[in-house]
Write a protein that binds this ligand. Structure first.
Ligand code: BG6
Length: 498
């Protein structure tokens, strides 16, 4: 259970706050993980009273919370809800914010502990941090005479952390002049997912995998993040960003880091961060960027029995936009463990289905004496970690087909969260918000990891920016553009069909 405090959401009327953040706060309260002395302030442009905010938040929570709606839990939590109306540069609004924070400290016992959650466009980070600073809201300013403790002031920033390496550095400077580095929590919500944390358990709590987890046995690794939805409605954010900046720079490179890093001495934040950072800094940027990457943009057409718009036809989009909705890259890691093993990363919208998985594909067994009568390929073991949906892991192994002949075929051994555990997994944001309130940093990327990720992605982005042609169109419901398939075909491999 977290200690007393107030969580202030900037951008509280945005998609993320409505769909994920406020429902997660409710779920935490419902699980008994928030104290009675807890407050939530929504900060936004709407002209809402506290009561209107509570009514609206209730609708969002009822729609989206993971756990059942409980009137008593809600009433207790909502008693600490306040709304401050104003823009990000509005001094009066920040004055009012200060007053409301004080009022919550006085009436609910929130103890001066404050977490500022910036779920806002990155271009507004500087303004908000600046105003928090000017109005004395960000700095620890007093010490409790009884406990000698200083209340905390934390800030949570949502990705994207910048647009490239330079802007990420600038952004970091702005944030870290106002908040202490240890009080800055960068959210990569993939790290809050159970299955992503399970990667560490799978690798390091078992004897079976680690001896084979290296270039001697692994043929290649595929990391896929596929979504079946389009961008409709998110033009403001997505256009000009694209698939690689949206999810490869953060989620997929974090998955790569967890898959490829060495075993940390412990799972405390410093050890974990330093192993991730080490492996990211060993990632080699290919010299021939054209043949190590592919990108595409979804075209209009039929998907799942429905006629859908192409990216360029989506409402509010630049009809000449060159933003990619699909990107695939091939990376290598210059370490003894991974020498020569390609890591293929792909992410896209409007693909065949929603699935995120990591597939570690092994080399074939030597001297295969068996055959498959159908002529199908077999004997290439794989460990597939299914991040979502159907959370779990699968082992692909070859097995004898029943019958008189020694025929062999690939089969799967399956572990599924749904059938192995009775409790359902918390949403990533529940875990992450709780960790921020507890001041637990392991699941939040450090600035150095963010920098490494930009170092890896920037050359691809610069290369793509110079191309004159549009990203290659692909049919909705497909698995991306032809060039993505060629990327693997060149190496004599194929993408898995999840
Ligand atoms: C976000 C991206 O970080 O992750 C979105 O900005 C994407 O474009 C989303 O849709 C997917 O999250 P999840 O948890 O549904 O895989």
């Amino acid at each position: 259970i977290s200690g007393p405090g107030t969580l202030i959401f900037f951008g509280v009327t945005g998609d993320l706050a409505r769909k994920k953040l406020l429902p997660a706060v409710y779920d935490l309260a419902n699980r008994g993980l928030l104290p009675a002395s807890f407050g939530v302030i929504g900060f936004g442009r709407r002209d809402w009273s506290h009561e209107e905010f509570v009514a609206q938040a209730r609708v969002w929570v009822e729609e989206r919370a993971r756990t059942a709606f409980n009137e008593d839990v809600w009433n207790q939590l909502a008693g600490g809800f306040r709304f401050v109306s104003g823009g990000f540069e509005d001094d009066d609004a920040f004055e009012r914010l200060g007053e409301v924070l004080q009022e919550l400290d006085d009436t609910r016992g929130t103890g001066g502990n404050r977490t500022f959650y910036l779920s806002i466009p990155p271009k507004a980070f500087e303004a908000v941090c600046g105003k928090l600073n000017e109005h004395g809201l960000a700095k620890q300013s007093w010490q409790d005479p009884e406990t000698g403790l200083q209340p905390y002031r934390r800030v949570v920033i949502e990705k994207p952390f910048g647009h490239n390496l330079d802007s990420a550095r600038e952004l970091n400077e702005v944030v870290e002049t106002v908040f202490r580095p240890d009080d800055v929590f960068r959210i990569d919500h993939y790290l809050g997912k159970e299955t992503v944390q399970n990667l560490l358990a799978l690798r390091f709590a078992n004897r079976l995998f680690e001896p084979l987890w290296n270039a001697g046995h692994v043929d290649h690794v595929q990391i896929t993040m596929a979504e079946d939805i389009g961008i409709g409605g998110r033009a403001g954010y997505y256009d000009g960003v694209g698939a690689a900046r949206d999810v490869i720079q953060n989620h997929l490179l974090q998955l790569l880091a967890l898959t490829a890093m060495e075993e940390p001495i412990s799972f405390n934040a410093a050890q974990l961060h330093s192993e991730k950072e080490k492996v990211l800094s060993a990632v080699k940027v290919p010299t021939d960027l054209g043949s190590a990457s592919a990108r595409g943009q979804y075209a209009g057409g039929w998907q799942g029995g429905e006629q859908v718009n192409g990216y360029l036809e989506e409402e509010g989009f630049d009809p000449h936009s060159t933003t990619e909705t699909f990107a695939a890259i091939r990376l290598e890691i210059a370490t003894r463990r991974w020498d020569g093993v390609p890591f293929y990363l792909r992410a896209g919208k409007r693909l065949g289905r929603r699935v995120t998985e990591i597939a570690v594909v092994f080399k074939k067994a030597p001297n295969l004496l068996f055959h498959d009568n159908t002529g199908a390929d077999f004997g290439q073991n794989a460990v597939v970690i299914r991040v979502q949906p159907d959370e779990g892991a699968t082992l692909r192994i070859a097995s004898k087909v029943p019958g008189t002949q020694m025929e062999v075929r690939d089969v799967t051994m399956d572990f599924s969260y749904g059938t192995s555990f009775t409790e359902s997994s918390p949403e990533a944001y529940e875990r992450l918000i709780l960790d921020v309130l507890l001041g637990e940093p392991p699941l939040f990327p450090r600035h150095a990891e963010v920098e490494q990720s930009w170092r890896i992605l920037d050359p691809f982005e610069e290369f793509w920016a110079e191309l004159t042609q549009q990203p290659e169109p692909y049919a909705p419901g497909s698995w991306g553009p032809d060039s993505a398939h060629e990327l693997l075909a060149k190496d004599g491999r194929t993408w898995r069909r999840p």
